[in-house]
Design a protein around this ligand. Structure first.
Ligand SMILES: *[C@@H]1O[C@H](CO)[C@@H](O)[C@H](O)[C@H]1NC(C)=O
Ligand SMILES: *[C@@H]1O[C@H](CO)[C@@H](O)[C@H](O)[C@H]1NC(C)=O
Ligand SMILES: *[C@@H]1O[C@H](CO)[C@@H](O)[C@H](O)[C@H]1NC(C)=O
Ligand SMILES: *[C@@H]1O[C@H](CO)[C@@H](O)[C@H](O)[C@H]1NC(C)=O
Ligand SMILES: [Cu+2]
Length: 659
C-alpha cells in the first residue's frame, strides 16, 4: 500500500528525531546559552561544519540530507523573478505567456552561506543566506529562498512552471486559489490530480490564470509546506476593472508578507516560532525585541502615500494569528483574493491559508513602527509573537522601533475600542434569529458580515443541494491521533483519482459515510479510513454545512472553487453538532439573506464546536481536494475529495511526463 505516503514520511522523521535530537539539541543548547550569557553575540561555529556523519545520514534520513553540490542545476535558475517580463502593469486584453522554474531542494536556515551575512545583514540576499530566526535547522527551499520567490502575473496570463524536484522525496505543487477550470490535472494534489514528482524529476504545470487576487503556491505533500515550500502568487488586474484601484498609490511585491509558524527539524510536532517573510526575532535568545541583533523584515514607505499590502498565513500548526501595525489603521479590501467592501480596522485575524489585503496610508510621524503578529492557540501556549518593521523614508534606516513588539496594543484613538475582523474566537449562540446580528456585535466584524463587491452568482430562491460534513478526531489502535472528515481518515491507495478513473469502480474504490455504514462499519465507534470521495453533481447550486465536533477551530479549504460564506456560528454542544441535519431542519442554522453579497473565500475557519455554511455553483467538474489547512491535521487524515460531475463531464487527461 503506497497509501500512507505522508504517514510513512512522519515515521521516518520520527526515527530521525533520535538522530537530529542528539546533534541539534547540542547545537541548540550552545546557541541558547551563548545568546543568554553574553551581551555581545559571538555566533557559534556552525554545527554542521562539525557534522561528520554525512554518509550514515544519507541512508537513514534522506530528505534532511544537505546537498551542497548544485552542479546539476544551472545556477541562474536559482533566482527570484523581480526582472521577469510578466511582472508588468496589467492591461485589458494583453495577456502573456510566462515561464518559470521552481527548484525545490533541501537547504539550511543559518547555513554556511550565512558566514558573511551574520556580520553584514545586507549581504544576506546576495549570499543566498536564509537567516531565519538565527536557529540552524534544515528547511526545504524554492530557488534557495524560504519563502520561495513571489510570482507576479496578470489575470488571463498563461503560465508554464517547471517544478524540479531536488528533494530526496516526492513532491507536488498546489496553486492555491487558481480554479484550474480548464486544467483540472494541474491542481497539484498527489494521488488526486496527479502522480507525485519523484526526486530528480521535473513536473511541468501549465494553466491559465483564471482569476486575480492574492494567491499563493505551496507543496501539497507531507510536511514540505512546513519545511518552507511556499511562496506568494500575486495576480493583478487592469486598473479599469480593479474596484479598489483608486484606494491606493502603490501595490509592491515587497509589501506582500508571508507569515509562517515553524518547527525545528528535531521535533516537527512542536511549533517553535512565527516568522514574517522567513525572518524574525529569536525568542530563545531572550534579547529584547528592539535588540539590533534580531533580523526583522523591513517594509519601506514614503510619507503621504497609500500602499496595498498582502498578508498570507502559511499556517502549519493550530496557530491563528492577529495582525496589526502600531499607530496605523488598516483599510481592509480583500480576503483570499476576493475583493470586499472596504472595512477600516485596527487589524485582523488569519487562520492557516487565509489572506487579507489592506491599504496602509503612511500618514503618521516619520519613524519606524512595529508590524505585529501575535500567535494564538498552540502559539499562545508558547507565547509566540513576531514583528516586522514599517519604516518611513526619512526615519533612521537601520534603527528599530522603540519598545517591545506587543507593547501598547490599544487602538490609536483611545475613545473607540479597537476593531479586529475575522476573530477566530466565537461565543456560543443559542438563539438563531439574533445569531447573525449578535455575531457582529460579539466578534467585532465577524467574517460572515464582510460583504463582497460582487453580488452572489445565483438568483433569489435558488434551491441548494445540501451536503452535511463533520470534522473530528479518533484514536487509532496504535495510539496515534487521527483527524477525520465525516468520521473517515483519508488514506490514498496509490491510484491518482483523476488519471486513473477508468482503472477502478467508484462504488468499490471510494469510501463515504453511507457506503461504510452499508458495509456494517460503525465509524462512530471504530476507526474508518479510506479514499474518501464525496460525489456532487456538476453545474448545480451546492451548499456544504460543515460541523466541527472539536473545540479548536479548523480552517477548511476547498480546491477548484471560490465559495460564499452564508452561515457561521458556535453551537457549543456536541450533541447538537452530531444532529446538525435535524437542527438545520428545525431552522437553527440561519443563513444570510439571498440579497446579501456574502463574502467569497477559499478557506474559512470552522469555529470550535461550531459550523459554517458554504455555497458555490459546481461548474468545475473534476476531483477537488477538501481539507483542513493545518498541516498536521491534513497529514493525519482530515482530508477528503469532492468528485464534481460524472466521468463523462470530467476532462480527459493526456499523459504527462514526470508527474
Ligand atoms: C570524520 O571522522 C573520521 C573518523 O570517523 C575522522 O578520521 C575524520 O578526521 C573526521 N573528519 C572531521 C572533519 O572531523
Ligand atoms: C480575461 O478574460 C475574461 C474572459 O474572457 C475577460 O472578460 C477579461 O476582460 C480578461 N481580462 C484581461 C485583463 O484581459
Ligand atoms: C439561551 O440564552 C438565554 C439567554 O440569552 C438563556 O436564558 C437560555 O438558558 C439559553 N438556552 C440554552 C439552551 O443555552
Ligand atoms: C456514497 O457511496 C454510495 C455507495 O458507493 C454512493 O451511492 C453515494 O452516491 C455516495 N455518496 C456521496 C455523497 O458521495
Ligand atoms: Cu484542522
Amino acid at each position: 500500500m503506497i497509501a500512507t505516503k505522508s504517514k510513512s514520511h512522519i515515521s521516518w522523521h520520527l526515527i530521525c528525531l533520535i538522530w537530529c535530537c542528539v546533534e541539534l539539541t547540542q547545537a541548540q543548547g550552545k546557541l541558547e546559552l551563548e545568546l543568554e550569557s553574553s551581551a555581545k553575540i559571538d555566533w557559534p561555529t556552525f554545527p554542521w561544519s562539525r557534522n561528520n556523519k554525512t554518509n550514515k545520514q544519507s541512508h537513514s534520513r534522506p530528505s534532511l540530507q544537505l546537498k551542497d553540490d548544485y552542479g546539476q542545476v544551472d545556477i541562474s535558475s536559482f533566482s527570484g523573478f523581480e526582472r521577469h517580463p510578466c511582472r508588468r502593469v496589467c492591461q485589458q486584453g494583453q495577456s502573456q505567456s510566462c515561464y518559470y522554474q521552481l527548484v525545490v531542494h533541501n537547504y539550511r536556515r543559518l547555513g554556511p552561506e550565512c558566514q558573511r551575512c551574520q556580520f553584514d545583514e545586507r549581504t544576506c540576499a546576495d549570499e543566498n543566506c536564509i537567516y531565519g530566526d538565527g536557529v540552524a535547522t534544515p528547511v526545504m527551499a524554492v530557488n534557495r529562498m524560504v519563502p520561495g520567490p513571489a510570482i507576479e502575473l496578470c489575470e488571463n496570463d498563461t503560465v508554464i512552471i517547471d517544478v524540479l524536484n531536488y528533494l530526496n522525496e516526492p513532491t507536488t505543487m498546489h496553486w492555491h486559489g487558481i480554479h484550474m477550470s480548464r486544467s483540472p490535472d494541474m491542481d497539484g494534489v498527489a494521488y488526486v490530480t496527479q502522480y507525485p514528482v519523484e526526486p530528480g524529476q521535473v513536473c511541468r504545470y501549465e494553466f491559465q490564470v483564471d482569476r486575480s487576487g492574492s494567491l499563493w503556491y505551496h507543496s501539497h505533500m507531507g510536511w514540505q509546506r512546513g519545511f518552507g515550500v511556499a511562496g506568494n502568487l500575486i495576480v493583478r488586474q487592469p486598473h479599469q476593472t480593479n474596484p479598489h484601484a483608486r484606494l491606493y498609490d502603490y501595490d509592491l511585491v515587497e509589501h506582500a508578507l508571508m507569515v509562517q509558524d515553524i518547527f525545528y527539524d528535531y521535533d516537527i510536532q512542536q511549533v517553535r516560532n512565527i516568522l514574517i517573510n522567513g525572518k524574525g526575532r529569536n525568542h530563545l535568545s531572550q534579547l529584547p525585541d528592539q535588540d539590533a541583533r534580531h533580523r526583522y523584515e523591513r517594509l519601506r514607505v514614503t510619507p503621504g502615500y497609500r500602499y496595498r499590502m498582502r498578508i498570507v498565513l502559511n499556517g502549519i500548526f493550530n496557530c491563528p494569528v492577529e495582525f496589526s501595525i502600531e499607530q496605523h489603521k488598516l483599510l481592509i479590501i480583500s480576503t483570499d483574493g476576493n475583493d470586499i467592501e472596504p472595512v477600516l480596522a485596527d487589524g485582523f485575524f488569519l487562520t492557516s491559508a487565509e489572506r487579507f489585503d489592506f491599504v496602509l496610508e503612511a500618514n503618521q510621524y516619520t519613524k519606524n513602527y512595529w508590524i505585529r503578529v501575535r500567535g494564538y492557540e498552540q502559539c499562545e501556549d508558547r507565547k509566540l509573537y513576531q514583528g516586522a518593521v514599517l519604516s518611513y523614508r526619512g526615519a533612521a534606516r537601520s534603527e528599530l522601533p522603540q519598545g517591545g513588539i506587543l507593547e501598547s496594543r490599544q487602538a490609536r484613538d483611545q475613545d473607540e475600542p479597537p476593531l479586529f475582523i475575522n476573530d477566530f474566537r466565537f461565543k456560543p449562540l443559542n438563539d438563531s434569529l439574533s445569531a447573525l446580528r449578535q455575531l457582529n456585535k460579539d466578534n467585532d466584524v465577524g467574517t460572515l458580515s464582510l460583504r463582497s463587491v460582487e453580488p452572489v452568482p445565483w438568483p433569489r430562491y435558488t434551491k441548494f443541494l445540501t451536503h452535511y460534513s463533520s470534522l473530528s478526531t479518533r484514536q487509532a489502535p496504535n495510539g496515534e491521533l487521527l483527524f477525520q472528515i465525516d468520521e473517515i481518515s483519508y488514506n490514498s491507495q496509490g491510484i491518482s483519482l483523476l488519471q486513473g478513473r477508468h482503472l477502478y469502480k467508484d462504488d468499490v474504490y471510494y469510501s463515504n459515510r453511507s457506503s461504510l455504514a452499508a458495509q456494517g462499519r460503525n465509524c462512530a465507534r471504530e476507526l474508518c479510513e479510506g479514499v474518501h470521495v464525496i460525489r456532487l453533481p456538476a453545474y448545480r447550486a451546492i451548499e456544504m454545512v460543515v460541523a466541527n465536533h472539536m473545540e479548536p477551530t479548523h480552517p477548511i479549504h476547498i480546491h477548484g472553487f471560490t465559495f460564499r460564506l452564508v452561515g457561521q456560528g458556535v453551537l457549543g454542544n456536541l450533541n447538537d453538532l452530531r444532529n446538525i441535519r435535524e437542527l438545520d431542519r428545525r431552522g437553527r442554522l440561519p443563513r444570510l439573506s439571498d440579497d446579501y453579497a456574502a463574502v467569497a473565500k477559499d478557506t474559512v475557519q470552522v469555529p470550535g464546536l461550531g459550523y459554517v455554511v458554504l455555497r458555490f455553483i459546481s461548474d468545475n467538474p473534476g476531483f477537488w481536494s477538501y481539507h483542513c489547512h493545518i498541516e498536521a491535521h491534513t497529514v493525519q487524515g482530515m482530508s477528503a475529495v469532492l468528485k464534481v460531475g460524472g466521468d463523462h463531464q470530467i476532462k480527459r487527461i493526456p499523459a504527462r511526463v514526470g508527474c
